[in-house]
Design a binder for this molecule. Structure first.
Ligand code: IMP
Ligand code: MG
Length: 185
């Protein structure tokens, strides 16, 4: 099996994730923040897992909680705007600062749905941290407060992102090219 062509190397991912963690801490780790007032960090399963773990491992000046949503993939045949929540968070977000952590914002439908839900539940603030932004594919507007990389409208894999459940464990972001996956070296 050929390895997908490198779009963002592991070194570049590590550097940028460190910068994002610093930005987030600078914004939320204010002197008056109570120790019992954590930043609730919510990942969208499964793609965000590598990013969320590396990001949170770089945060040491801020109390945090970690939780997850799982959403349905509308690519399975449902209409694009119809995003379903397959797994809800177990944490109350009422009155909390929430950071939603996502691998890639593509059309924006998934994040729009989840952001609206968190606001509806009374979060004090909700911001989005996305590793990748494919802004040219956007159908609905979602503001990204912390963005790793802007990418073109390629299908990418690795560092949590999959094609049919595969490639998540690559330690870089690669461009998936259907033929490369079929070819034996
Ligand atoms: P959106 O709702 O279209 O913004 O996309 C949401 C989800 O689609 C992302 O969280 C990913 O799980 C998946 N997705 C979008 N683009 C890619 C890609 O290039 N590679 C792998 N998954 C993707
Ligand atoms: Mg995702």
């Amino acid at each position: 099996m050929k390895r997908p062509k490198v779009l963002i190397s592991n070194d570049d991912l590590r550097r940028r994730v460190g910068e994002l963690a610093d930005e987030i801490q600078d914004d939320y780790a204010t002197p008056d923040r109570a120790a019992d007032d954590p930043l609730v960090c919510i990942g969208v399963l499964t793609g965000s897992v590598f990013f969320l773990v590396d990001l949170l491992a770089r945060i040491d000046r801020l109390p945090t909680r970690i939780d997850f949503f799982q959403t349905s993939s509308y690519r399975g045949g449902t209409s694009p705007g119809e995003v379903r929540i397959l797994k809800d968070v177990g944490t109350s977000v009422r009155g909390r600062d929430v950071l939603l952590v996502e691998d890639v914002v593509d059309t924006g439908y998934t994040l729009r749905t989840v952001l609206d839900l968190l606001r509806f539940r009374g979060a004090r603030s909700v911001r989005l941290c996305a590793l990748l932004d494919k802004s040219s594919a956007r159908q609905v507007e979602v503001p990204i407060a912390y963005k790793g990389f802007e990418i073109e409208d390629h299908f990418v894999v690795g560092y949590g992102l999959d094609y049919n459940g595969l490639y998540r464990n690559l330690n870089y972001i690669g461009v998936y090219d259907g033929e490369a996956a079929e070819d034996e070296e």
